[in-house]
Design a protein around this ligand. Structure first.
Ligand SMILES: [Zn+2]
Length: 309
């Protein structure tokens, strides 16, 4: 009989750590994240690596941009095993169709059933002709599957709701998901924190030098909620001081929270005092001259909050 050296015992006990959902997490850590900056809507996707496999967070609005994101992922040369969608807006989930085709082995996950329902409901709404004028039509690759369109995207079968606030990468590394937000930019939102990177991914609670999306059915209460949640996030992460990655615009630091609160306060004041949509646009552009998406996000936000006969 041979004695197992102590160092080996340690190694094997590390491998035998309890696992979630029947899967044994490996010992790798998340060591890198790359930002893919979309052109349409200035929307970001994020590619996480633990050195053995990849996870992508959000997958773009336009199929050609989703394909560029696919190329970026293939260039890294590691298998993509997880696609995580943060919330039910088309600029974050449309690329799912391309990803289903290109990476049939990868699981598509969302934090919970509310987000899964939101995604499907938005796709059905877009497919039935409802859409913001600034958005392209729903891509055929994510047209909902139905008896009339059997080749469509199977939202029930293809998207798994985790129902957990921890997402383990198969080979190792954990992302912490937070979803207990009030209705803000969307009714249901996921933020993601990586302890390994000390990085916080705000999804659409975060905009950096991009006009915030306040169009469609976003109410004054949603805006007040959004402001409140930004304050809460700022307090909760103050000690850790992470790098902050917004859903739209460049990575930032913790000062993003104050900047965004100021934007929402200015927006509220300007819209409530506006005499016309044109005047409201002019005033916001004068206050935030270097912000992107004035002719898309700001335009439809103003249409939502400044009523004209
Ligand atoms: Zn967005």
């Amino acid at each position: 009989m041979r004695l197992i050296p102590f160092v080996n015992l340690l190694f094997w006990s590390a491998l035998a750590l309890p696992a979630c959902a029947g899967e044994r997490p490996g010992e790798a850590r998340i060591e890198d994240v790359k930002v893919y900056k979309g052109t349409f809507a200035t929307v970001n996707s994020f590619i996480f690596s633990n050195g053995r496999e990849l996870l992508v967070l959000d997958v773009q609005r336009k199929p050609d941009e989703a394909r560029k994101l696919v190329e970026e992922i293939r260039r890294i040369g590691l298998p993509l095993r997880t696609v995580l969608i943060s919330h039910g807006h088309t600029d974050h989930f449309t690329g799912m169709g391309v990803f289903r085709q290109e990476f049939p082995e990868a699981r598509i996950v969302v934090a919970n059933d509310d987000i899964k329902r939101d995604i499907k409901a938005y796709a059905v709404y877009m497919d039935s002709g409802g859409a913001t004028g600034g958005e392209p039509a729903l891509d055929p690759s994510i047209k909902p599957k139905s008896p009339e369109y059997p080749q469509g995207f199977d939202y029930e079968g293809n998207i798994k709701a985790l129902g957990s606030n921890r997402l383990e990468l198969p080979a190792g590394g954990t992302l912490e998901l937070t979803t207990d937000y009030l209705p803000t930019e969307a009714d249901y939102m996921t933020t993601v924190y990586s302890p390994d990177l000390n990085a916080l991914f705000l999804s659409d609670l975060g905009y950096n030098k991009v006009h915030h999306w306040l169009g469609d059915d976003i109410s004054w209460q949603d805006i007040a909620n959004w402001r409140q949640e930004l304050g809460r996030l700022k307090r909760e992460y103050a000690d850790r001081n992470p790098v902050v990655y917004p859903g739209h615009g460049d990575p930032a630091d913790m000062s993003l929270f104050d900047e965004s609160i100021r934007y929402l306060d200015d927006y509220t004041r300007v819209m409530k005092g506006a005499t016309s949509r044109e005047a409201a646009m002019r005033e916001m552009i004068a206050l935030y001259p270097d912000y992107k998406e004035a002719n898309f996000f700001l335009k439809y936000s103003v249409e939502n909050h400044v009523k004209e006969p």
